[in-house]
Design a protein around this ligand. Structure first.
Ligand code: NZQ
Ligand code: ZN
Length: 385
């Protein structure tokens, strides 16, 4: 098991009605609040009004309209408000895009240059404004982690940045806020959670037994509860387990004692950078193709372990077991209603070489579970068409 640091200070308030804690969580940081939200889902489900009521005694400034795959232009707008209004705390109300934009805004507010600098070079992230979140989509884990992913459509770049300071001070996670999610987002969110787990589970270090068993239990939760949430959007047990799975999947727990570069996320980020696709859908499409591409004598035992422990496959031939597990993964995404080819989400073969080149340029795929070069990535993308 590798050395690791596990230090997450986010105060998580999980469950029904936890939004009532909002004022208590905001109060220590000051009176001037920047409330950041997306395209309007929180106005439709009543959360916007609830927050305004709970913070009636505060100076609440607003930045609405943050896009999925949040853009640097929205971040710049938020930074300008923070600087002009002397904001004390950034309150993100929404999914990963809103939370990630809020992190970049909180960093940009304490930085003299263009906030895009902080995306390109995380070492420039120093002090940031405190961040509090109210999560409305189970997917990214942004509610309890140090990452922010921001897009610049002028340059076709979607880049992740990361800082210990970006971890939210507090996050309210009420599964009832997931009831209004469209099926598409429930499914894509689950694929994202599962991909985060795969990225950490399929790594070279094999001695991190605890992390791997946690990973398998979270995968089983996704497989059990996503179909239920799709059938019954207001099933509390299903929503609660998916929500907690998303938080645990990417807060440092599963990578404890492990390490190495990720693969499907870097590839998906290029799909989003060029075509602005839904993150979880891009991941679901690429994942089984990546798994088949890297299946070999050196990885087959791990894939068979995944098949036995997650899918309960009782097959002694390791290759058969591994292939059955990969097929089950692909079928699961399909059954959740996710389009499973790039063409279905509007991507043809015209930019494959460009996207493969950028995947290698911006990421260290030579340090992934199985090292990939540009040709490998291009092949995985072609297999995904
Ligand atoms: O914008 P609104 O109107 O709120 O609608 C959103 C949006 O259209 C909607 N939605 C969210 N909660 C809802 C809801 N609709 C109805 N009811 C609700 N309760 O869902 C749509 C997607 O929202 P978004 O925030 O974009 O989704 P998600 O949480 O999947 O975030 C995706 C972004 O996070 C990045 C992705 O790359 C992408 O940019 N990631 C962030 C990570 C992190 N911070 O650690 C890691 C991930 O791997 C990922 O890269
Ligand atoms: Zn993701």
């Amino acid at each position: 098991m590798n050395n690791f640091r596990f230090h997450v200070y986010t105060d998580v308030r999980f469950g029904k009605g936890q939004v009532e804690c909002l004022e208590e969580l905001i109060a220590p940081f000051g009176r001037n609040v920047l409330m950041v939200y997306g395209g309007g889902s929180i106005k439709k489900n009543g959360l916007y009004d609830k927050v305004k009521t709970l913070l009636a005694g505060y100076n609440v400034f607003e930045l609405g309209g943050v896009e999925p795959n949040p853009k640097i232009t929205s971040v710049r707008e938020g930074v300008a408000i923070c600087k002009k209004e002397q904001i004390d705390v950034v309150l993100a109300v929404g999914g990963g895009s809103t939370i990630d934009a809020s992190k970049a805004i909180a960093g940009g507010a304490c930085y003299d240059g263009d906030p895009w600098d902080l995306v390109v070079d995380s070492s420039k992230i120093g002090k940031v404004l405190p961040i509090v979140t109210i999560l409305t989509l189970a997917a990214t884990g942004s509610e309890m982690n140090k990452n922010a992913v921001i897009s610049n459509m002028e340059t076709n770049e979607k880049l992740g940045t990361s800082s210990h300071y970006f971890k939210p001070q507090a996050s309210i996670c009420d599964p009832e806020y997931l009831y209004s999610l469209p099926a598409k987002q429930t499914a894509a969110g689950t694929a994202d959670i599962m991909s985060h787990i795969f990225e950490q589970y399929f790594q070279k270090e094999s001695g991190a037994y605890i992390s791997d068993r946690f990973a398998e239990s979270l995968l089983k939760a996704c497989i059990k509860y996503c179909p239920i949430a799709l059938q019954e959007p207001d099933n509390y047990e299903a929503r609660a387990n998916l929500m907690w799975a998303s938080t645990q999947a990417l807060n440092g727990l599963l990578s404890s004692g492990k390490g190495g570069a990720w693969t499907c996320h870097p590839i998906e980020h290029e799909l989003s950078a060029y075509y602005d696709v839904t993150h979880g859908e891009g991941l679901a499409i690429v994942t089984p193709r990546w798994m088949r591409h890297i299946l070999s004598d050196s990885t087959v035992e791990k894939f068979a372990e995944y098949g036995r422990n997650v899918w309960d496959i009782q097959e002694e031939d390791v290759y058969k077991c591994a292939n059955m597990a990969i097929d089950a993964t692909e079928q699961f995404f399909k059954d959740c209603g996710i389009p499973m080819t790039l063409r279905e989400i509007g991507i043809d073969d015209s930019k494959i070489d460009l996207m493969a080149e950028d995947t290698i340029k911006y990421n260290n795929l030579d340090q992934a579970y199985v090292a990939l070069n540009k040709e490998d990535v291009a092949q995985i993308l072609r297999d995904s068409l």
